[in-house]
Ligand binder design. Structure first.
Ligand code: CTP
Ligand code: MG
Length: 241
C-alpha cells in the first residue's frame, strides 16, 4: 500500500484571536503551514492534499516543498478531512494508508512520522502519535450547558469527583494513520449520524476498531492560543530541522 497525507487547514483559528487564520501566521521565519508541509515532505509519502477554507487568501503565497493538491474544507474538521479523502479516491487504493496531520502542528518530528508509518505498516487498522499524560488527572462535575462566560470555571472553581489513573491516559496527537476506505466509511458514518468527532481515531473507535498509539514527542503541540506561538518557536529552534 502507498502512503498519502491529508492536512486539514480550513479552520479560522478563532481561539488565536488574529484576523488571519493561525496556519498562516509567521513562525521561525515562515508561515506555520509551510513548516508543517515541509515536515510531511517525506519520500514515502506519495501525495499531499491540503484542505483550505473557501475564502482562503493566503494559500497562494506559500512556497511549497513539492506539488500539493488543495481542496476546499468543510464546516468542521471532519468535513474537511472527508473532502480530502474524496480527492484522493481516484488515485489511491482502498487499502492505502492516509496520514491526517493538523496544519496547526508545525513542530512534528519527521522521525516520528516515519516511526508511525514503519511500526504500523502491517497493522490492519492503524493508529496515531500520542504521548502519555504526565500530570495527575481529575474528573470534575459535569459542565453546565453552554452558553456561559468562558472559561466560567475561572470564576468559581469546579469540584473534583475523582482522580483518573494517569497510567491509562495519553494525549492524542497527529498524524493519525488509517486505511483510506475504512477511514472514509468511519467519518461518513459519524456525519450521517449527525455526530461529531475531534479526531479520526474517535471515528474509527465508533466502528469498533482499536487504533494503536505510537509514542511521539510532547513538543508536537497544536498551536491554539497566542502563547503557543512562543512555545512553538522555541521548539522549532531547538529541533534544528
Ligand atoms: N480545520 C479544518 N476545517 C475546519 C476546522 C479546522 O481543516 N472546519 C483544521 C484547522 O485548520 C487545524 C486543525 O483542523 O489545522 C485543528 O483544528 P483547530 O486547532 O481547532 O483549528 P481552528 O478550528 O482553526 O481553531 P479554533 O478552533 O480556535 O477556531
Ligand atoms: Mg477548531
Amino acid at each position: 500500500p502507498h502512503y498519502w497525507a491529508i492536512v486539514p487547514a480550513a479552520g479560522q483559528g478563532s481561539r488565536m484571536g488574529h484576523t488571519r487564520p493561525k496556519q498562516y501566521l509567521p513562525l521561525h521565519g515562515k508561515p506555520i503551514l509551510q513548516h508543517t508541509l515541509e515536515r510531511l515532505n517525506l519520500p514515502r509519502i506519495k501525495g499531499i492534499v491540503v484542505c483550505i477554507a473557501a475564502n482562503d487568501s493566503d494559500w497562494q503565497t506559500l512556497t511549497l516543498p513539492r506539488t500539493v493538491m488543495s481542496v476546499v474544507g468543510g464546516v468542521e474538521r471532519c468535513h474537511s478531512v472527508l473532502n480530502g479523502l474524496q480527492a484522493l479516491q481516484p488515485q489511491a487504493q482502498p487499502n492505502d494508508w492516509v496520514l491526517v496531520h493538523d496544519a496547526a502542528r508545525p513542530c512534528v518530528r519527521p522521525a516520528d512520522i516515519d516511526k508511525l508509518m514503519t511500526q504500523l505498516a502491517d497493522h490492519p487498522v492503524g493508529g496515531l502519535l500520542a504521548v502519555p499524560v504526565r500530570d495527575t488527572m481529575k474528573r470534575v462535575s459535569a459542565l453546565p450547558p453552554q452558553p456561559l462566560p468562558h472559561p466560567f470555571w475561572g470564576e468559581r472553581g469546579v469540584e473534583v469527583i475523582e482522580t483518573v489513573n494517569r497510567e491509562n491516559l495519553w494525549h492524542a496527537l497527529t498524524p493519525q494513520m488509517f486505511r483510506l476506505e475504512a477511514l472514509t466509511l468511519a467519518l461518513q458514518h459519524v456525519l450521517n449520524q449527525q455526530e461529531t468527532v475531534t479526531d479520526e481515531a474517535q471515528a474509527m473507535e465508533r466502528q469498533g476498531y482499536r487504533p494503536v498509539l505510537i509514542e511521539g514527542h510532547a513538543d508536537n503541540i497544536k498551536v491554539t492560543l497566542p502563547q503557543d506561538l512562543n512555545l512553538a518557536e522555541l521548539y522549532l529552534q531547538q529541533q534544528d530541522f
